[in-house]
Design a protein around this ligand. Structure first.
Ligand SMILES: Nc1ncnc2c1ncn2[C@@H]1O[C@H](COP(=O)(O)OP(=O)(O)OP(=O)(O)O)[C@@H](O)[C@H]1O
Ligand SMILES: [Mg+2]
Length: 277
């Protein structure tokens, strides 16, 4: 706990930074550690993300970035360490409870969702989506119907925001790779998340859609204050979007700062940027 990587704020100082009543860091991870067998995939990571930040998370293959996302989103439980989300103790909560606290992430679309339309996919992402409880549908049919209509209006607004309105009736399986990424983002927005974790959202996506996704992240951040943590190997996207960059290597935080800071750090260049450039 004492051997913290340079530049990583200790948790207690971070609490004071955002210490005004009601304003907490979106994410506050302290000493998160995850081992697989003998290998430590995430090794004592401290990460504080404030409201409205866009934090770029970079590092070589196998550095532990996705595993860290799995810990932050509740998909994996840490071996040790603590997590607070929006000031609430969130260590070991499952993903749906973290979503209720305002944090969600993009996932690859499950195969069965490919057989639903774009609109249906967005509707299914709604917390307590209409018709979820049989009891509600039987005993409160009018309220259930109203909730369905409201959710559909909201889903259509979101499809408009992400630029997929024209595809609302298209089966998700027939969308291009980039359009599927936009659909994943739309599903995050349906949850009303104030913090979204994006894992390689631009990977394998056609350049014009990469541009669309980047512009959407900027717009959601600017207009709605949405906080993002983005894992991305596309250095141009990281430079463009990130207000701060965190570099991981071998499970640990190697460096942290502005893009210019980390890009001129010799350790970062030798461990990652040298290869990525
Ligand atoms: N479920 C798992 N079981 C065993 N080992 C795992 C598991 N998930 C990840 N690992 C290992 O943990 C380490 C970190 O992997 P992780 O996927 O988090 O890296 P990454 O930084 O996201 O890499 P990439 O840039 O390639 O996506 C790797 O050595 C990986 O093999
Ligand atoms: Mg990964």
């Amino acid at each position: 706990m004492t051997d913290r990587p340079t530049g990583t704020p200790p948790g207690d100082r971070a609490v004071r930074t955002y210490g005004e009543p009601g304003l907490h860091p979106r994410i506050e991870a302290r000493g998160l550690t995850k081992r697989f067998g003998g290998a430590t995939a995430v090794d004592d990571v401290y990460l504080t993300v404030g409201p409205g930040e866009v934090v770029g998370l970079i590092g070589p293959n196998g550095a532990g970035k996705t595993t860290l996302f799995n810990l932050l989103s509740g998909a994996l439980k840490p071996d040790s360490g603590e997590l607070n989300v929006n000031g609430v103790r969130a260590t070991r909560l499952p993903p749906h409870r973290l979503a209720k606290l305002g944090l969600t992430r993009t996932f690859q679309l499950a195969r069965e969702l490919d057989r639903l339309t774009t609109l249906e996919n967005v509707l299914l992402a709604a917390p307590n989506h209409p018709g979820e409880t049989l009891r509600g549908a039987f005993f409160e049919p009018r309220a259930t119907r109203r909730a369905e209509v409201e959710a559909t209006v909201k889903a259509r607004e979101i499809l408009e925001i992400v630029g997929l309105s024209a595809k609302e009736a298209t089966l998700a399986g027939h969308l291009s790779g980039g359009q599927k990424k936009l659909l994943e983002l739309a599903r995050c927005l349906m949850v009303d998340a104030d913090t979204i974790l994006l894992d390689e959202i631009a990977a394998g996506v056609a350049p014009h859609l990469v541009e669309e996704i980047a512009a959407l992240v900027e717009r959601l951040n600017r207009e709605h204050g949405t906080t993002f943590v983005i894992i991305e190997h596309n250095v141009g996207i990281i430079r463009r979007l990130s207000s701060r960059v965190v570099v991981m290597a071998r499970g640990a935080v190697l460096a942290e700062g502005s893009f210019a800071d980390v890009a001129s750090n010799p350790d970062v260049v030798s461990s990652y940027l040298g290869q990525a450039a």
